[in-house]
Design a protein. Structure first.
Ligand SMILES: Cc1ncc(COP(=O)(O)O)c(C=O)c1O
Length: 460
């Protein structure tokens, strides 16, 4: 008699559960080749299900070749199916640990927006309107450049708020800043070509360039950002990657003199500057410095993203390209993933045009400014000998603990607090061992204060 447990609460139907159990038993050899299976009537009785349910499962297994039938005799297990299934692949394990969040750990992870503040209602309204009003052609393939309404809305926004000179035809929608950087690396560099990057730079950014085939040359970064004096003079890099509005992670704003030097370098060497402007909306002191792209739209390629302002899950970013690169970028994007999701782009265009986007920025700016203030106060009240480095901007800050040479990650883990040491993001080692990156965008005030208490314990 064949019997196994079935669950009526599972998301899988009874038919699927029977199929799965029989497949597993066939693979494992518990049901061996040419072994006769019970009739559908017998199995239905044993499992307490209808005969139709078992028949449906048998039909599917027959179709897939797991079993065969002999007329007027019965149903049998096919030959040669004993097979060892891998238990928990390496990839599977990795994915589980990636999504796992340890609830009782306070994680000062950088660049994490407050996703619980996503404007669900405004977004849902605009998305529904756009979807219902969309012409049929919207549901087919579109151009690789992206939706024209969104490109026009971005051009207008960038012109007003970032000083970027761009006609909508130069704006290219991508699947986040990540894809923009990946496409650009493949567009501008061949396998093995050198690209210059600010040092420190996140592991993620580094990997984007490396995966696209480039070789990295680190350029030292100080309290004013990347120093152009350190750029190579004898051979040209394919591009120079910089985050001048708020260097990540050190938070420097690059002064205009260095920006001019960088543009002059790009002109002299006939190369490009890639300007990542990923969180420039959130400046809490003074006024935002205009984007470098405004100095030279032929040499500076500007990259922006909606991941920090709205949500990383939207996967919408963009680049502002010199005209001569637009067509080539179109080819790269088309053969990578055709284009980014059209409805999301149309909804975003409507969201910007109706004013909801800038309203959301204002709200988030207040929230992050408040969180930053709480963090700064907690640090100053708790630690005697430290500096807070970088501009009051973005969603993270860096603390330099002057009274210690390095920070022991093990001590942080033991006290249930997590934060990355700047040294981990450094290509040239030895300069940032006593500096911690503290992201506060996603943490509420209580968590921030508790996190600092734990840091204190960890660093005692
Ligand atoms: C420096 C920097 N630029 C850009 C991004 C945004 O990437 P994306 O737009 O692909 O989400 C990130 C993400 O954390 C980042 O750290």
């Amino acid at each position: 008699m064949l019997w196994f447990a079935l669950s009526r609460n599972e998301r899988k139907t009874l038919v699927m559960q029977i199929e799965e159990e029989l497949r597993n038993r066939i693979f494992s050899g518990q049901l061996s080749a040419d072994e006769q299976l019970p009739s559908s009537r017998e199995l239905a009785k044993s499992l307490g299900v209808s005969r139709n349910t078992v028949n449906e499962a048998y039909e599917q297994l027959l179709l897939e070749g797991y079993i065969y039938r002999i007329a007027r005799s019965g149903t049998y297990v096919s030959k040669g199916l004993s097979f060892q299934k891998e238990q928990g692949s390496i990839l599977g394990e990795k994915m589980v640990t990636n999504v796992e969040t340890k609830k009782d750990v306070i994680d000062f992870k950088a660049s994490q927006p407050a996703i619980d503040y996503f404007p669900k209602h405004a977004w849902a309204n605009v998305y529904k309107q756009v979807c219902l009003a969309a012409d049929d052609h919207v549901f087919g393939y579109q151009t690789a450049y992206g939706n024209m309404d969104l490109r026009a809305a971005i051009a207008n926004y960038l012109g007003r708020l970032r000083g970027v000179n761009a006609d909508p035809n130069q704006i290219f929608i991508t699947t986040g800043a990540t894809q923009a950087l990946s496409l650009l690396t493949r567009l501008l560099a061949s396998e093995g070509d050198v690209v210059c990057v600010e040092d420190p730079v996140t592991e993620e950014m580094r990997r984007i360039f490396l995966e696209a085939g480039a070789v990295l040359q680190p350029i030292h970064t100080d309290e004013h950002g990347m120093d152009p004096a350190n750029l190579p003079q004898s051979s040209k890099p394919r591009f120079v990657f910089t985050i001048p509005s708020h260097q990540f992670p050190l938070g420097a704003i690059m002064p205009v003199k260095r920006r001019i030097q960088l543009v002059e370098y790009a002109r002299k060497m006939n190369t490009y500057i890639i300007e990542d402007d990923y969180d420039s909306e959130f400046i809490y002191e003074g006024t935002p410095v205009q984007a470098m792209q405004s100095l030279d739209g032929e040499r500076v390629i500007y990259i922006g993203t909606f991941s920090k302002i709205l949500s990383p899950s939207l996967r919408i970013g963009y680049m502002v390209l010199p005209y001569h690169l637009v067509k080539r970028a179109e080819q790269q994007k088309w053969f990578t993933d055709r284009h980014s999701s059209s409805l999301e782009q149309m909804a975003l265009a409507a969201f910007i045009n109706e004013g909801s986007f800038e309203k959301h920025i204002r709200k988030m700016k207040k929230l992050y400014a408040r969180r930053r203030k709480v963090l700064v106060e907690a640090i100053n009240d708790t630690f005697r000998s430290c500096d807070i480095i970088g501009q009051a901007a973005g969603m993270h800050l860096v603390v330099r603990f002057k009274d210690r040479d390095e920070i022991n990650q093990k001590n942080l883990a033991e006290n249930k607090v997590k934060a990355v040491v700047v040294e981990d993001f450094s290509l040239r080692k030895g300069f940032h061992k006593n500096e911690l990156i503290l992201g506060y965008g996603h943490l509420n005030e209580m968590e921030i204060k508790e996190g600092v208490i734990r840091l204190k314990k960890a660093l005692q």
